[in-house]
Design a protein around this ligand. Structure first.
Ligand SMILES: [Zn+2]
Length: 82
């Protein structure tokens, strides 16, 4: 792991002989709704996880997967009314 990256943080870890510095890589945060910005019910995956997980597990099986369920319903209503 390369240490001079912004995503790699230095952290003090307790070991039997005292404390040492450990380099911990940050995991990606939760994905957010594209409309209201609320937290979606799934975590963003790392690059390796993205390549190994099947596509069906990466997004919900409904229209507008980038929105939360509330915003998706509002969008569907808006589209029907037009
Ligand atoms: Zn939303």
């Amino acid at each position: 792991m390369r240490r001079n990256q912004r995503s790699v943080k230095k952290k003090r870890v307790r070991v039997p002989s005292g404390t040492v510095w450990a380099f911990v890589k940050e995991r990606p945060s939760y994905s957010k709704c594209g409309c209201c910005g609320c937290k979606l019910n799934r975590k963003r995956l790392t690059v390796v996880e993205m390549n190994t997980t099947p596509k069906v597990q990466k997004r919900p099986e409904r229209p507008l997967p980038e929105y939360c369920s509330k915003c998706m319903r509002e969008q569907m209503k808006r589209r029907l009314r037009q």
